[in-house]
Design a protein around this ligand. Structure first.
Ligand code: FPP
Length: 256
């Protein structure tokens, strides 16, 4: 059996997490789904602080997708109240820990109670230089790309952009957080093997790590394991490892 390679790459600087399994965790314990989401909010605090201790530049958490509006009204309301409460109660702690809060998503559809708390947290923590905590709320990767295309199209229509000259960097500059550090690793809890519309553009060369552990039980040790695994991966970005054999025919073979 081949041995696992030693940790080869530096640690990830930006991790995105698809926080899944609150409901299943609660059901297993005979609790209402709301208890799962509340436990999930406690995990957000724990993992954010651990990520900052590890020296990550950014942690992006998928809190509410553009598809989550199709959940029962009561659950949507509960989640919105939970986001607002989290933002209010954690503001001081984020500030103390040097963590800057940012948000991505279509914000205009969010209730005022969430928007107000978001605005207050972003303003209070704007100088936080240790790590950025980015919440994806009413976020959809397809919507993000559509919104960027709309911005580019508007510039083209205004005669300020030549459509034939559009490059990937132009679109990237119109994403919700244009200065987002490259996404290195996506973690998904509770076992599903899909991206569910999370950071589709940014995921192009991110590594994936899926665990069966549901989000309320995800802890510092789980994050450490994901990072250790990431560091053993060889990231090629479509290229070849440095020691790959050269497959170009030799000049003699070409002649003969
Ligand atoms: C998906 O799991 C999870 C969500 C749609 C909500 C995520 C929200 C939290 C973790 C709550 C706290 C967040 C913040 C930012 C304070 P699910 O509940 O649908 O799980 P299931 O698939 O097992 O039902």
């Amino acid at each position: 059996m081949s041995e696992r390679p030693a940790e080869t790459s530096p640690g990830p600087r930006h991790i995105g997490i698809i926080m899944d399994g609150n409901g299943r965790w609660a059901r297993r314990l005979g609790l209402p789904r709301s208890a799962g989401h509340r436990a999930g909010a406690r995990t957000v605090r724990r993992i954010t602080e651990h990520a900052a201790r590890l020296g990550l530049r950014q942690l992006t958490l998928y809190a509410f997708s553009s598809e989550n509006w199709s959940r029962p009204e009561g659950e949507v309301r509960l989640l919105m109240r939970l986001f607002a409460r989290y933002l209010r109660s954690e503001r001081e702690r984020l500030l103390r820990n040097g963590i800057r809060l940012r948000v991505i998503g279509r914000l205009d559809a969010l209730p005022a109670l969430v928007l107000d708390e978001l605005a207050a947290s972003m303003e209070a923590t704007r100088h936080g230089a240790r790590m950025t905590l980015c919440l994806a709320i009413n976020y959809g990767g397809r919507n993000e790309i559509v919104d960027a295309c709309r911005a580019l199209a508007a510039r083209a229509v205004a005669g300020k952009l030549d459509p034939d000259a559009i490059e990937a960097e132009d679109l990237a500059a119109c994403l919700y957080q244009p200065d987002m550090p490259p996404l290195d690793l996506i973690i998904r809890t509770a076992g599903e093997m899909r991206l569910s519309n999370f950071l589709l553009w940014q995921a192009a060369y991110a590594e994936l790590w899926v665990t069966e552990v549901p989000w309320p039980e995800f802890d510092a040790d789980c994050l450490d394991r994901a990072i250790a695994d990431f560091r053993r991966r060889e990231r090629r970005f479509g290229g070849l490892p440095a020691d790959a054999p050269d497959l170009r025919p030799s000049p003699t073979a070409l002649r003969g």
